[in-house]
Write a protein that binds this ligand. Structure first.
Ligand code: C2E
Ligand code: CA
Ligand code: CA
Length: 247
């Protein structure tokens, strides 16, 4: 019982409002303090615990999403990261269906984020699983886009609705013309394939405004809001609406 979740707002650029949140797992260890996922996800993937980690987050996200939707706090979705290791398991989709039934979850309020490594294992199976999950109502996002090996193939085979431009391109895009060109190119490809684009690592106002100008649909990053525990969400949303991000 030492896992918890921090939620980071995702901002809709054109509508100028919070669209949803990304759920990011944390380990509150009695001996180590607050451990970030970068320090334990890979170990959980290796020792077979990753299914329990991701399902814990998904279950919590279903309940938070319904609560926030009912209260009018959220009109979009909560995004949940699913490890590519989980997609390797034949029973993965069945297990998701069982979870949805057990919590009476509304899949329309959840976005599943997956990375390209999932496709590198068994692309046809993953593509089939993704189609089933999409037909259940989940939105699918391609995370860390641009950092893998078969990006375009992946884009072709996966019926994902959202493309998350990897933060490593976004963070420096105003100093590095190559990064800027790549952000624009990924956004153009997403738009022409009728997908929405999301930029992570929006760390300052200049980047935020440049992304809006390029036409990136959603932004996420420390400039907008940091990931916070559930009890701090209301304060965070208040701060966002009070800080006029555009002026
Ligand atoms: P990710 O999915 O790419 O998540 C974004 C990471 O960027 C998060 O780190 C977030 O806190 C951080 N971030 C957000 N805004 C900014 C910004 O403006 N600048 C910078 N430099 N960083 C920003 P976090 O929470 O440490 O998560 C790291 C990774 O761990 C995630 O990367 C994801 O791959 C993985 N992860 C997190 N939660 C889960 C989970 O529940 N299941 C699985 N399988 N993986 C997870
Ligand atoms: Ca993610
Ligand atoms: Ca990412």
């Amino acid at each position: 019982n030492e896992l918890s979740i921090h939620y980071q707002p995702l901002f809709h650029s054109k509508e100028e409002r919070v669209y949803g949140f990304e759920a990011l797992v944390r380990w509150n260890s009695k001996t180590r303090g607050l451990v970030p996922p970068g320090h334990f996800i890979e170990i959980a993937e290796q020792n077979g615990l990753i299914r329990q980690v991701d399902f814990f987050v998904l279950k919590e996200a279903f309940s938070a999403a319904q609560r926030w939707y009912d209260k009018g706090i959220m009109r979009g979705r909560i995004a949940v990261n699913i490890s590519s290791v989980n997609f390797q398991q034949a029973e993965f989709v069945c297990q998701i269906k069982e979870l949805v039934a057990s919590v009476n979850g509304n899949c329309k309020l959840i976005e599943l984020e997956l990375t390209e490594t999932a496709m590198m294992i068994d692309a046809p199976t993953v593509a089939k699983n993704i189609s089933i999950l999409k037909s259940m109502g989940f939105t699918i996002a391609l995370d860390d886009f641009g950092t893998g090996f078969s990006t375009f193939n992946y884009l072709k085979q996966l019926p994902a609705q959202h493309v998350k431009i990897d933060g490593s391109f976004v963070r420096d895009m105003l100093n590095d013309p190559i990064d800027l060109a790549l952000v624009k190119a990924i956004n153009d490809i997403s738009t022409s394939l009728d997908k929405r684009s999301v930029a992570e690592y929006v760390e300052n106002k200049e980047i935020f405004l440049a992304l809006k100008e390029i036409g990136v649909d959603y932004g996420q990053g420390y400039f907008i809001a940091r990931p916070v525990p559930v009890e701090k969400i209301s304060d965070e949303l208040k701060k966002i609406s009070e800080n006029n991000l555009f002026n």
